[in-house]
Design a protein around this ligand. Structure first.
Ligand SMILES: NC(=O)c1ccc[n+]([C@@H]2O[C@H](COP(=O)([O-])OP(=O)(O)OC[C@H]3O[C@@H](n4cnc5c(N)ncnc54)[C@H](OP(=O)(O)O)[C@@H]3O)[C@@H](O)[C@H]2O)c1
Length: 353
């Protein structure tokens, strides 16, 4: 019997899918079986992702029919969706319906926003279109893996890149009751955060050597962050979120500021964060300010913080494509199949990118 589980990827030619393929190509327990592409079926994967040629020289993109065949022919498959929001839910619904009819039990991690909210109303209020599979919402839990020990649903919705970084920095502050529940967040993201399709605001000449905010206090992920922070900490908090476009390809840096409830030194703050993430293999808490180059292209997050006695600033860095998307999804899937959380994910950042 093969103890390895077939892994399937949707959203094939996207940046997140490319990162999933890189991680799955070397995974000890998942076998990358197929990757679906709407736009490039039958084309070699290495033609799109040339950096993956040494590890996936023969793999070709498939269509969704072939993905269905894998899902129905195997008792269990690990399905990762890196399709866009508004598309992902219907793709997953079709696949789960076919699996139910075949008595198969795939596990899904959706990296899009489609299953992040627990109600259709909450989703549609933010995304302004009908949800693609409302009856499936109850089958998904959305959480950063570090903030939920026991999963009670068959499937997971990954919280996304900005949310992962903001939540890693904020949830300990709220859970431990250290701060007032009003958090001011500045976040800077690299250009891969916008995906493969260039737009006027994300085009390289526009972003290169420049830094600017966008959707200040009105970013669509702010309500998701507040809902997930409450689920993880039990505290209802306001998040004042100002995202920025950074002049680099990969990585997210966030700074979360809040007013302290009681006096706390910087040393005590770092100590509290370190204790909080004591059992979290991917979160490193240090006294030095976190830097992107120490985490980019890895599944690690780095945190630090300072206090002036009245308020705190906590900084967090992650890679948006890895910890904020593909790596976080593999981390969840490891847990869903009973593997150690770190399987296939312990490669450190290159350090110089
Ligand atoms: N980029 C990040 O840092 C990041 C972080 C966290 C979460 N996410 C989420 O992860 C998902 C993938 O993000 P990404 O950055 O990889 O996006 P992307 O580069 O734009 O790729 C998305 C892929 O989805 C496929 N697709 C299927 N139906 C589509 C449709 N109707 N319109 C457009 N594309 C369609 C396309 O591949 P095929 O034509 O090959 O099917 C496309 O290449 C999104 O839901 C995004 O919100 C992204």
């Amino acid at each position: 019997m093969n103890p390895r589980t077939p892994a399937l990827v949707l959203g094939g030619t996207g940046y997140v899918a490319g990162e999933l393929l890189r991680l799955l190509a070397g995974h000890p327990y998942f076998d990358l079986a197929a990757v679906a592409s709407d736009s490039q079926p039958d084309e070699p994967v290495a033609q799109f992702f040339r950096h993956l040629q040494p590890v996936l020289p023969h793999l070709r993109f498939t269509d969704h029919e072939e993905i269905l065949e894998y899902v129905t022919a195997n008792p269990a498959t690990a399905v990762f969706s890196a399709a866009p929001h508004g598309v992902s839910a219907a793709l997953i619904d079709r696949l789960l319906t076919a699996a139910e009819q075949a008595d198969a039990q795939p596990r899904v991690v959706d990296i899009s926003a489609d299953f992040r909210y627990s109600t259709v109303q909450a989703y549609e209020a933010v995304y302004k279109h009908a949800h693609g599979a409302p009856a499936r919402l109850a089958e998904f839990t959305c959480a950063v893996p570090e903030h939920l020990n026991a999963l009670s649903t068959p499937h997971v919705a990954h919280p996304g890149c900005f949310a992962t970084a903001v939540l890693l920095a904020s949830v300990p502050l709220l859970s431990l009751g250290l701060v007032e529940p009003r958090l001011f967040v500045a976040g800077i993201t690299g250009s891969t955060g916008s995906g493969r399709g260039p737009t006027a605001g994300t085009h390289h000449p526009q972003r290169h050597s420049d830094l600017y905010s966008y959707n200040a206090l009105a970013h669509r992920h702010a309500p998701e962050i507040a809902a997930l922070a409450q689920a993880a900490s039990g505290v209802e908090a306001d998040f004042m979120f100002v995202p920025h476009s950074g002049p680099f390809a990969r990585g997210i840096h966030v700074t979360v500021q809040a007013v302290l409830r009681e006096e706390l030194t910087s040393h005590e703050l770092v100590h509290a964060l370190r204790d909080y993430y004591d059992q979290s293999p991917f979160v490193r808490v240090g006294g030095e300010m976190p830097r992107l180059k120490d985490v980019v292209a890895s599944n690690f997050a780095e945190l630090s913080g300072v206090s002036n006695g009245r308020s705190v600033a906590v900084m967090c860095v992650i890679d948006n494509l890895t910890k904020g998307a593909a790596g976080g999804a593999v981390q969840w899937m490891n847990r869903m199949f009973g593997h150690e959380e770190t399987a296939g994910l312990m490669t450190p950042a290159p350090g110089w990118t």
